[in-house]
Design a protein around this ligand. Structure first.
Ligand code: IMP
Length: 188
């Protein structure tokens, strides 16, 4: 029998940083923290499309019934290929009104901080009761603007990563792990 598709490492991958087990375990820890912080409250969880999709689904499963969770999505444009354009555009807006609500933005990665500082500014203008950010990955060494998410899955070095929702030109999102891609200099 051939192995399950997720068992094989993609040939374009140089190194797996976080495998499925590690990612699920960290989502569990963050989910428990969030459950404790928002117990007895209503929480609007805003997934930033598309990169947060796998992390969001793992994280949601770990937020306990003590929290009245509502889920919404927002999509912003930030990157083309591997280079930051530094500007964001809201491509798909929330359907829920965040005014007066506790809002938790769930993102895949914070790099320069430009996307989230701009996105949180946009959301703050809509007067939520509170606004926090949970990111799976944080490349804090790459910040161009100060930005500190309250909940961070993993701190990572300045490497371009893919998988578990993260893409390179829309590819590799389906990989169940977070990995660094091979570059032409890596050879075979
Ligand atoms: P920032 O505005 O530089 O903080 O970038 C945030 C966005 O850039 C993320 O939501 C990702 O879509 C994208 N991004 C930044 N670094 C990476 C990476 O290493 N892999 C995939 N996407 C990335």
């Amino acid at each position: 029998m051939s192995p399950a598709p997720s068992a094989a490492i993609h040939p374009d991958v140089r190194r797996v940083l976080f495998d499925e087990g590690v990612l699920r375990a960290r989502a569990r820890e963050l989910g428990r923290r969030i459950t404790g912080d928002y117990a007895g409250r209503r929480l609007l969880v805003v997934g930033v499309l598309k990169g947060s999709l796998m992390f969001l689904s793992d994280l949601l499963r770990e937020i306990g019934a003590e929290v009245d969770v509502h889920v919404d999505f927002i999509a912003v444009s930030s990157y083309s290929g591997a280079a930051s354009t530094g500007t964001i555009r809201v491509l798909l807006d929330l359907r829920e009104n965040p005014e007066g609500r506790d809002v938790l933005v769930v993102e895949d990665i914070v790099d320069t901080g430009l996307t989230l500082s701009s996105l949180t500014e946009t959301l703050r203008a809509r007067r939520p009761a509170s606004l926090e950010v949970c990111t799976l990955l944080d490349k804090s060494v790459c910040r161009k603007v100060p930005f500190s998410p309250k909940y961070v899955g993993f701190e990572i070095p300045d490497e371009f990563v893919v998988g578990y929702g993260l893409d390179y030109d829309e590819r590799y999102r389906q990989l169940p792990y977070v990995a660094i891609l091979r570059t032409p200099n890596d050879g075979q």
